[in-house]
Design a protein. Structure first.
Length: 238
């Protein structure tokens, strides 16, 4: 199954006439992962094209040339919430009442979550084309402490959404494996061990094949690894 994109179907313009919806809903992180896969209609009776771009979720009736509903999803602690919700009023489409609009939106999201539930699990080695760490490696003197929540985020990993995403991350046993998304080459491997108040990096290896990873400065290697984990765990905004 391919992740739905704007280009998956024709159309998809922002309408000039729109209305704000008082739509409130919370999502768990795994539900956000399911939403990111979206939906591409596969039959004439299937009218909805759904995709995400950044933090915006778009729902479009394929019979119209523009978005029908679109939502801004905002991170709120360990969950996500709808920050803004909009409905098209370009040609008087959508529903006759606000309550009907909200019910239709709820129904479509429930269908999407059910359809993509099997895709919302943690990343695995099979989630993206990747290569093993080469024989040429270096031991990195890396110190890092993770809270339990940050560790659980790493357990979910990171599967690239597009070619603009540079990293593929998954956990295999006690090891966090970080690969370049474009080439699949393994750059870092971090072994995590539990502590009284979370987890710590007990052992870290870096790719030593200079044709794959030319960076030789240990300081910059550690800085790069910290930045990837910061972004993944939410310490640094993406």
């Amino acid at each position: 199954m391919q992740q739905a994109k704007r280009e998956s179907c024709r159309g998809g313009k922002a309408p000039q006439t729109r209305a704000a919806l008082p739509y409130e809903r919370m999502f768990e992180p795994e539900e956000i992962e399911a939403l990111r896969w979206g939906h591409v209609p596969s039959a004439s009776s299937d009218h909805w094209h759904v995709f995400m771009e950044g933090s915006w979720l778009y729902l479009r009736d394929v019979d119209t040339p523009h978005y029908t509903y679109w939502l801004l999803l905002e991170h709120d602690g360990d969950a996500w919430q709808v920050g803004e919700a909009w409905a098209s009023r370009e040609f008087g489409e959508c529903c006759d009442t606000l309550a009907a609009d909200l019910k239709l939106l709820d129904d479509q999201l429930e269908l999407l979550l059910a359809e993509n539930a099997h895709l919302a699990g943690p990343a695995t080695k099979e989630s993206w084309p990747c290569k093993p760490m080469p024989q040429e490696t270096g031991l990195l003197h890396y110190e890092r402490h993770l809270s339990q929540g940050e560790y659980e985020t790493l357990l979910r990993g990171l599967v690239p959404e597009s070619g603009d995403d540079h990293w593929f991350v998954y956990m295999q046993g006690e090891w966090v494996c970080l690969h370049r998304s474009w080439t699949g080459e393994c750059v870092f491997m971090v072994r995590l061990t539990p502590t009284d108040d979370g987890w710590r990096a007990a052992e870290t290896w870096v790719n030593g094949d200079r044709s794959q990873f030319p960076e030789t400065s240990e300081h910059k290697q550690i800085e790069m690894l910290d930045e990837i984990i910061d972004r993944l765990t939410g310490r640094k905004a993406t």
